[in-house]
Design a protein. Structure first.
Length: 319
């Protein structure tokens, strides 16, 4: 497959799936499914890595790692409307707060979080943090921002109103991603080298427990409606599912593609989308049954991160 330096947009339409599963595959699949269709490939900046969607503004934001910039896409038309510089290169994680309209980008090279006005695209300020800003998440209810410090085995909590770090929380070894459930105010951190997930109380900023998951967990996503947590285990080619209340692992890990990296949940359809970096595709999971839906969705080369706009049921994948 050719290399596409852009973001692939997948639309999901209703259809019937092959009732017997994927021919030649041992992975169980749902018998009734949605059929995703790639509808656009949008050019962005150099080295696209992170992606986040703000359904309220109908905007998608892409962090361009090599170019040190952010590309803004109009999700109604799938067209890029702006690309602007932010700090320098090594721009990795990106998150949007749909309540405030602000966008937060982890600048790993400069060890800081860039704060952007998602309406005007103006860079408002930056917040110095510890090194290793690989993962970032925003809680729209509490206006707190969580950023990983992979080099320090911690995460830091930023007050979204003042843009000041208010807490540093010790987690596992080499934390690479973070997700938050705004309904329960729990924060989930994947620790790549200790093969586990740290759970934090967002009200007290205290670590509650650590849960063992698969081998080399990378990214994590939460469905606030069902209170389920999903972890991509890159070396196992699986996704682990946890109950967000009991923190118990539910069932066996779900087999997906090769080197699952990023993943995202559509809370409206209760489907999970997993970017498989080495097989150049996306796996769709029906979270009601934890079964893979249909065949993998071919996208660009080395897909990294995934975002979902639940209002349009569109999926955005960086390549």
């Amino acid at each position: 497959m050719c290399v596409r330096l852009g973001i692939v947009i997948v639309a999901v339409v209703v259809a019937l799936a092959w009732a017997g599963g994927n021919l030649g595959s041992t992975t169980p699949v749902a018998t009734a499914a949605t059929v995703p269709t790639v509808i656009a490939t949008v050019p962005v900046g150099s080295g696209p890595y992170g992606v986040t969607a703000n359904p309220t503004l109908q905007r998608v934001y892409v962090s361009n790692n090599s170019g040190g910039s952010i590309t803004v896409i109009d999700s109604a038309t799938n067209t890029p409307i702006a690309t602007f510089p932010v700090g320098s290169g090594d721009l990795l994680a990106i998150a949007a707060n749909p309540t405030t309209g602000r966008v937060y980008a982890g600048n790993n090279g400069l060890s800081r979080v860039e704060v952007v006005d998602g309406v005007t695209n103006a860079v408002l300020t930056n917040t110095p943090v510890l090194h290793g800003t690989i993962g970032i998440a925003a809680n729209p209810t509490t206006n707190r921002v969580y950023v990983t410090n992979a080099s320090y085995n911690s995460i830091q909590v930023i007050d979204g109103g003042t843009n000041v770090v208010v807490a540093t929380v010790a987690v596992g070894t080499y934390p690479v991603d973070v997700a938050v459930n705004p309904s329960t105010n729990r924060v989930f951190v994947t620790n790549q080298y200790s093969n586990d997930l740290t759970v934090i109380d967002g009200a007290t900023n205290l670590a509650l427990t650590t849960v063992a998951v698969g081998n080399s967990p990378h990214h994590v996503a939460v469905n606030a409606g069902t209170n389920r947590v999903y972890v991509a285990n890159t070396f196992d080619n699986t996704v682990s599912v946890l109950d967000g209340t009991t923190l118990a692992v539910i069932g066996a890990p779900i087999p997906v593609g090769s080197y699952p990296y990023g993943l995202a949940v559509n809370p409206t359809t209760n489907h999970v989308f997993v970017a498989n970096m080495f097989s150049d595709d996306v796996t769709e999971i029906d979270a009601a049954t934890n079964l893979v839906v249909g065949l993998p969705i071919g996208v660009g080369s080395h897909p990294h991160k995934v975002a979902v706009d639940p209002a349009t049921n569109r999926v955005y994948v960086t390549n």
